[in-house]
Design a protein around this ligand. Structure first.
Ligand code: GDP
Ligand code: GDP
Length: 436
């Protein structure tokens, strides 16, 4: 699983600026899907080969009275769940009392910690740094987040503090079959569904602890196929032991999404689609995971209610058209069995092999049926296509002036490939190359 990096510091030191730098590569993916929103607090990023999860805590202000607000609680949770804490200070303003308070609080967590001196652009970083030696957290790492300066070096320092990346990845490959994560807001019915599934199926091993934090991997068999269920902490037991909603952890949810092949996303039919759903779905799409939508608590709804939910789905989440929708009752079991067919179809689509000649032929047909636009009098040319990856499928298209292709044409091509290759349940990534 990806290591978790928490950004901590008083307001205005540049946490969200650094957050954006660290997660920039994923920006474009969700921006293309109206209805989904990017969570500005939790993100995934990578520098070179090094992938990580980053949390902008926003919470610790260094002022005592804010400490029992909900925000502060979330901050504390994020720090507890972090592998490395980056404590940001402002090189222009110098050391403040709030910095000292935060340093004191952080000491209690006993986490790997780096002091980061931001806004070093246009100032003498070395002399600014001396101001912060008294915090007792070592020499600060200088950066200028707004200009991306020092960020790669900072991430090298982070990497040095962590166990080897290969060890983490091998861990995931250990789990057999299709890995499924159950994602949804608190109370959507995740634990009810998981308990029902595991109650019916042959569990191959009992609760095996996962790598990080307290996620649990449960391999089980159904219709002679093997799956591994990724259970974020506590979900599986919650139906028995009462736990509060605050136990819900975005960090663990994101990690389960990253570790999964297919996400079963639970929506509560009685609650409608809320902002948190859009955030979580945005994370699933950013990660490029296959998706099955399970609209739960379908039991006891009137025809009118059902109609309203169907409408809301197509209005609010038009870009999730590709995902199969199953209307289920985790409580009574109806529709639950059907989820697995949808999971299989999504997984097969996501990992399909697509030959260059097939893709190129489809591209030619798509272009014949609907020409790309002219740019300054010249027609954009699309020449050939090949597969650039799986899980999710990546289709690479080569041509001229491909950087001028409008979004609407890219969507046309995506839909064309989706239909003709019969890909369901998986997002498709299109990449465009100009030249040769
Ligand atoms: P946060 O409250 O800690 O999330 O801080 P923000 O990321 O919102 O940044 C606060 C202000 O500092 C903004 O006006 C940023 O543009 C500015 N800022 C952030 N990083 C840098 C930097 O590296 N250099 C300079 N000069 N300004 C920065
Ligand atoms: P989680 O927070 O997502 O794990 O949600 P839980 O599984 O704890 O369920 C939250 C509440 O919804 C519990 O009171 C469940 O009994 C109830 N619930 C879950 N699934 C269904 C369902 O299909 N129908 C109905 N009517 N209630 C359900």
């Amino acid at each position: 699983m990806k290591p978790v990096i928490a950004l901590v510091g008083r307001p205005n030191v540049g946490k969200s600026t650094l957050f954006n730098q660290l997660t920039r590569s994923r920006d474009a993916l969700v921006a293309d899907m109206p209805g989904l929103t990017r969570d500005r607090q939790y993100g995934i990023g990578r520098v070179g080969e090094f992938g990580y999860m980053v949390v902008d805590t926003g919470g610790l202000s260094g002022e005592a009275e804010t400490l029992d607000t909900l925000m502060a609680q979330q901050t504390l949770q994020a720090i507890r769940e972090a592998d490395v804490v980056l404590f940001l200070v402002d090189g222009r303003e110098g050391l403040s009392a709030a910095d000292q308070t935060i340093a004191e609080e952080l000491r209690g967590f006993n986490k790997q910690l780096l002091l980061v001196l931001n806004k070093t652009d246009g100032i003498d970083a070395n002399s600014a740094a001396t101001d912060f030696f008294s915090l007792g957290l070592g020499t600060p790492v200088p950066i200028a987040a707004a200009h991306g300066r020092g960020v790669n070096r900072l991430m090298e320092r982070v990497r040095d503090l962590l166990p080897e990346a290969e060890a983490r990845e091998e861990d995931e490959e250990r789990w057999p079959g299709v890995r499924i994560a159950f994602v949804g807001r608190p109370n959507a019915g995740k634990s009810t569904l998981i308990n029902r599934i595991l109650g019916e199926e042959r569990v191959l091993a009992t609760a095996l602890p996962g790598t990080t934090r307290d996620s649990v991997y449960v391999p089980f068999e159904r219709d002679e196929r093997i799956y591994t269920l990724i259970d974020t902490a506590g979900v599986r037991r919650r139906a028995r032991v009462h736990e509060t909603v605050e136990k819900f952890s975005v960090v663990k949810t994101l990690q389960a999404i990253e570790a999964a092949h297919v996400v079963i996303f639970l929506l509560d039919a009685r609650q409608g689609i809320a902002e948190q759903d859009a955030h979580l779905l945005g994370m699933v799409m950013e990660a490029g995971r296959s998706l099955v939508l399970a609209i739960n608590k379908w039991d006891g709804l009137t025809q009118d209610d059902r109609e309203r939910v169907r409408m809301e789905l197509s209005l609010k989440l038009p870009f999730l058209d590709f995902a199969e929708k199953r209307f289920i009752s985790a409580l009574h079991g109806s529709g639950v069995g059907d989820l697995f067919g949808a999971v299989q179809r999504a997984h097969e689509s996501a990992s399909a092999d697509m030959g260059t000649s097939l893709l190129t032929r489809l591209l030619e047909k798509a272009v014949t049926e609907h020409q790309p636009p002219l740019v300054r009098g010249r027609r954009i040319k699309l020449r050939y296509a090949h597969q650039g990856g799986r899980n999710p499928p990546v289709i690479v298209i080569h041509g001229n002036q491909t950087d001028q292709l409008p979004g609407s044409y890219k969507r046309y091509l995506t839909n064309y490939f989706r239909q003709h290759l019969q890909l369901v349940g998986t997002p498709i990534r299109m990449e465009f190359r100009t030249g040769d």
